[in-house]
Ligand binder design. Structure first.
Ligand code: RI2
Length: 307
């Protein structure tokens, strides 16, 4: 698949999920490098920068995307010839992809330990990292139930319930607004993350902040499953995480909107959960308090956002 096609699929949500888009971008850069030709290495690198920009411009929130692109692009920096640069990009991309998959699996093992027999676990959206915790707990023989939200307007909850069903995990599907109604049944909330700021604020699918608030009110543990490339190092230097606002047509059809010209439809797809509502963040290096976000950025400085 061409890099431009991958970029289009990320933009239109055919490829989605913070970790998945990061791996798809790394793969796209590697494939692009394979066939890209230029008169000299400087021109080749500049073409690669243009291609990277196309991927960076697809979705603004999930920091995994620029972090992945950065590690791949950085690998070609010292290359003196095109074949050398191509080789470096290929190695960096495949190493990012495999370490990303390993990170999800490692988080699954850690997260599974928090799920006990008889638990009811609530999850929101369709996070591979959060699902890894649930699937590993099931593989470990744990007997528990999941409550999954629908996740308007993209219905990512439908993907989640399919996966849970296929794994034989008993699941209840609820509408997004029913979380407070059901919270008394819930023992643990596990969600994923698109970006984590230096102060431990977690940006994730719209609705996550409300769920965290309700969990906090009911003293239900709230856990975020997030690989280290979900941490946003540029927040150290004051850059804020942008919340993507998508087309109103995803929420209300153009026909209905045309009849209601005074109604503005808003469609932010992420929100922010402050660290005070988060008990733990599970990374591939272990469980941390959200207040330790800086330590992850300091100890793993490979992830840097491109400007
Ligand atoms: P993993 C998704 O974003 C959701 O917000 C999900 O919680 C998050 O990425 C993390 O997913 P979207 O692409 O990386 O559906 O854990 O907007 O799979």
């Amino acid at each position: 698949m061409s890099l431009y096609r991958t970029a289009d699929q990320i933009k239109t949500m055919q490829i989605r999920g913070a970790g998945t888009i990061a791996r798809a971008a790394a793969e796209a850069l590697s494939e692009h490098a394979k066939s890209l030709d230029a008169p000299d290495i400087a021109a080749w690198k500049s073409e690669m920068q243009t291609a990277a920009r196309v991927l960076l411009d697809t979705r603004p929130t999930a920091v995994s995307l620029p972090n992945a692109i950065h590690v791949v692009m950085q690998s070609m920096e010292n290359a003196k010839t095109i074949p050398e640069a191509r080789g470096a990009v290929k190695i960096a991309a495949s190493s990012f992809i495999s370490s990303s998959r390993n990170a999800v699996a490692e988080i699954g093992k850690i997260g599974a330990r928090y799920i006990r027999d008889g638990f009811v676990v609530l999850t929101h959206c369709n996070s591979q990292a959060a699902l890894a915790c649930l699937l590993t707990a099931k593989e470990d023989g744990r007997d528990f139930r999941v409550i999954a939200t629908e996740v308007r307007p993209w219905w990512q909850g439908h993907k989640t319930i399919q996966t849970l069903h296929d794994a034989g995990i008993p699941t209840d599907l609820i509408v997004d607004s029913a979380v407070r109604f059901f919270i008394k049944e819930v023992d643990l909330v596990i969600v994923g993350a698109d970006a984590i700021a230096v102060n431990g604020t977690v940006t994730n699918k719209i609705g996550t902040g409300q769920i965290a608030l309700v969990a906090h009110e009911s003293r239900v543990r709230f856990i975020v499953a997030a690989e280290s490339y979900k941490f946003a190092p540029e927040t150290i230097h004051g850059k804020e995480t942008l919340v993507e606002e998508r087309d109103p047509g995803e929420v209300l059809s153009p026909g209905i909107r045309a009849r209601l010209p005074s109604v503005r439809v808003r469609n932010p797809v992420f929100d922010q959960t402050p660290p005070g509502y988060i008990d733990l963040i599970l990374t591939e290096f272990g469980a941390i308090s959200p207040h330790m976000a800086y330590a992850i950025m300091r100890d793993h400085p490979g992830w840097q956002i491109q400007g």
